[in-house]
Design a protein around this ligand. Structure first.
Ligand code: TXA
Ligand code: MG
Length: 321
């Protein structure tokens, strides 16, 4: 683990020579490799135990790099990059020849974004290459919002972990396909649908929970802690059956005798709740409880993406729910 303040040069050289670098973005920590190097990209799939059908997101230091990499982009895509980059919005474009097919899992399209994190952008600029990076967790598990989460989850599989502190948004980027002029949200994320609609008018949300790997962050079971997790309301105290249970609350502490409680935002602020979501789940997962109950948050703004993560985490254990 290197402090991001002083570790950029070393981490960039590891990227250039085919190594793996975990780095902070404004959403979650990414597990980066040189996106122009098929062997380096292959190491990402190995380290995460990620199925080869799940394509990676390519990260650029600056919006101006997009045209250099892929040539002209459709007008509706350009409008979104101008409005929201750098930021938690991933866009779908045609895969350029310079990007090896392993990065996109053989898809003719590529997911790309410019992260709004000074360390991430300095790292990518210093490396001088586009950086392929999924979230820096093992496949299907909780996303990392702190450098310690990366070390705990991936350990020696990563060459360098750049520690830039906790991430600002706390959940992954919103993924949008706007190539044909009508934006479709493929994955709900840190950029709220309302913000997109304010900028470009109505968008379609495709939850894609059918298991079809359009965007595998949308597989029904995903983002899961090791501890069984299910959805609950805040009103009921835990059953008095001696089982140790944890509770993830939105704003109010739940009544009753819970073995562990995490409150996402005592102020009832959805942005704060999103930023704390994975951190709180990591805490509850480490609390030695037999089950975690989670309370959905209001279904507006970034709350939709928070609830989406909670439902998928619960689906791992209650596939019928
Ligand atoms: O915030 C984020 O997006 C973080 C940070 C590190 O940038 N990254 C992230 O990556 O969440 P990952 O691998 O956990 O999720 C990437 C998602 C996957 O669900 C993948 O299927 C989808 O992006 N994706 C990648 N390429 C795609 C494509 N060509 N078409 C549709 N979906 C794609
Ligand atoms: Mg992920």
């Amino acid at each position: 683990m290197l402090p991001a303040d002083s570790g950029i040069a070393e981490a960039a050289s590891v990227l250039r020579t085919g190594g793996l670098v975990a780095f902070p973005t404004e959403t979650v920590y990414g597990l980066g490799a040189n996106a122009l190097d098929a062997r380096a990209a292959a190491r990402i799939f190995e380290a995460k135990a990620r199925p080869s059908f799940d394509p990676l997101i390519t990260h650029l230091a600056d919006a101006a790099e997009l045209e250099k990499l892929v040539g002209a982009v459709p007008a509706a895509v350009a409008a979104l990059t101008e409005r929201f980059w750098p930021g938690p919005l991933t866009l779908i474009v045609d895969r350029p020849a310079a990007i090896p097919p392993i990065v996109t899992s053989g898809l003719p399209t590529m997911a790309v974004r410019v992260p709004d994190n000074a360390y991430a952008r300095a790292l990518i600029a210093e490396a001088g290459v586009p950086v392929a990076a999924p979230s820096a967790n093992r496949f299907g598990q909780l996303s990392p919002t702190r450098a310690e989460h990366v070390v705990r989850g991936l350990g020696a599989a990563v060459d360098v972990v750049l520690d830039g502190g906790p991430t600002r948004c706390g959940i992954e980027s919103t993924i949008v396909d706007a190539r044909d002029g009508r934006p479709v949200v493929l994955r709900l994320g840190a950029l709220p649908v309302e913000a997109l609609e304010e900028a470009v008018g109505p968008v379609t949300v495709r939850p894609g929970s059918s298991g079809q790997p359009v965007a595998p962050g949308t597989l029904a079971a995903h983002y899961a802690p090791r501890t069984p997790l299910r959805l609950a309301s805040g009103g009921e105290p835990p059953a008095a059956d001696g089982v140790r249970r944890g509770f993830l609350a939105f704003r109010d502490r739940p009544a009753g005798d819970w073995a562990a409680v995490e409150v996402l935002s005592a102020a009832g602020d959805l942005t704060e709740a999103a930023a704390r979501l994975f951190d709180a789940l990591h805490e509850l997962d480490a609390a030695g409880v037999a089950e975690i109950l989670v309370e959905p948050v209001p279904e507006v703004g970034v709350g939709r993406a928070v609830n989406d993560r909670l439902r998928r985490a619960a689906a791992t254990w209650h596939p019928a729910a």
